[in-house]
Ligand binder design. Sequence first.
Ligand SMILES: [Zn+2]
Ligand SMILES: [Zn+2]
Ligand SMILES: [Zn+2]
Length: 130
Amino acid sequence: MDGRPEIESKVAPPVARCAHCQGMLPLGLGEKTCVLCGAVCRVTHERTIIDLREEKIPCPKCSTLVVAGTEERPVDLICGSCQGPFRIIPKVVKVEIGCPSCDRMLRLRPRPGSRKISCPACESEFSVTF
Ligand SMILES: [Zn+2]
Ligand SMILES: [Zn+2]
Ligand SMILES: [Zn+2]
């Protein structure tokens, strides 16, 4: 632990789908292997890449805005003002799903494939597929 502060990016990566089976691909950009059918797909999303490169993050020490300058996440940056190092970590993507029994909205991290969820409000189990 080097004490480098971490700041979560505000730019969400796109939820991309496999061109072969329409399953969800692992989050992020570049070459991704579909965990459901094994196909390799290239995820590009120009708007997201531009947003990531131009994202301005306030330095945790002196609040100067620092431009990320790259679409890589995590990325280590040095503040030009106070020379303080910090890291931008990928945004945690959450998707809202309504419980089919009680309509309570649940916030879930999307993951490829199906899984069982139990609703914290009514305790009914249901499966979700992203
Ligand atoms: Zn696939
Ligand atoms: Zn600073
Ligand atoms: Zn429920």
